[in-house]
Ligand binder design. Structure first.
Ligand SMILES: [Zn+2]
Length: 282
């Protein structure tokens, strides 16, 4: 791809990400100067832009230009759509209705529970939740995950926890601001599972043996394995219990978070956490 084409694409992408951008105008301005594959990218981003405002009709109109599998990612065939006040559930054909029903009840309950913790939010559109019987979505992505930009969750029906709901709520609350990943995962993991049995479980998995260097590696963008979530949940849960707010935590850059957690608390961090939780009766 030529330098000029890359520049055009980058500019268009940036503009289309803005929620109040005039999508039709941007499309017309950039489409003609691009060839086939790049032109499809513009339509994909335009579709996502409409979708993120809840304009599903126009989103579909753009996605048709993109074709499979992206069209199916947003508008799967054979899905059942069930809506309530906050969610639009897209139930895939393989998910039996009893299982779907249980999933919807659990998700709605979790949303209400999380509202008390994260605060009431002004949703731009309902949260779209794609519910699969498989462990992958139609693009082959591992489930579950949240697409913050389009405010959608892709999940298996057996995963009924609040983790992805919290990611969606944080995405609404903080909009386009870049969130610290360690904090984002920590808040989601802690609020979803932060109870006595989870604490003991996570602590046994990593808390006893973890060194400051290992925590540091996790914080500065190591592979997001299971341990990453345990450490994020324990650490951020601890800071929340100490009275830090999500607002304060979420904007700490990685570097500062690292120095705050490691330089100030150093190797004793997990000892502090452990004694804190044991004082609390964990
Ligand atoms: Zn997560």
């Amino acid at each position: 791809m030529e330098q000029k084409e890359i520049h055009i694409l980058n500019t268009a992408r940036k503009m289309l990400k803005e929620r109040d951008a005039n999508v039709q105008f941007i499309l017309e301005a950039y489409e003609s100067s691009l060839d086939g594959p790049s032109r499809r990218l513009i339509h994909l981003w335009a579709g996502r832009s409409y979708y993120s405002r809840g304009d599903y009709y126009l989103a579909r109109r753009e996605m048709i230009h993109v074709g499979a599998p992206w069209l199916g990612h947003f508008f799967p065939s054979g899905e059942r759509v069930i809506e309530n006040d906050f969610f639009r559930f897209h139930i895939m054909p393989m998910v039996k209705s009893k299982k779907a029903q249980r999933f919807i009840i659990a998700y709605t309950k979790n949303y209400n529970r999380m509202k008390a913790l994260v605060g009431t939010l002004k949703l731009i559109k309902k949260i779209d939740v794609y519910v699969f019987s498989d462990s992958r979505d139609m693009l082959g992505n591992d489930l579950c995950y949240t697409d913050a930009e389009t405010l959608s969750i892709y999940t298996n029906y057996e995963i009924k926890g609040a983790h992805e709901i919290i990611h969606s709520m944080l995405a609404v609350r903080y909009g386009d601001q870049k969130l610290n990943d360690f904090v984002n995962e920590g808040v989601a993991t802690w609020y979803d599972t932060g109870n006595m049995s989870w604490f003991i479980f996570a602590h046994n998995k990593c808390g006893c043996s973890i060194t400051a260097q290992e925590i540091e590696k996790k914080i500065v963008g190591a592979k997001k394995d299971r341990e990453y979530y345990y450490i994020a949940g324990l650490t951020i849960g601890y800071l929340l219990c100490l009275g830090c707010t999500i607002d304060e935590l979420i904007h700490i850059p990685d570097v500062e978070l690292r120095s705050c957690l490691l330089l100030r608390m150093g190797r004793t961090l997990f000892k502090d956490i452990e004694s804190y939780y044991s004082r609390k009766g964990f």
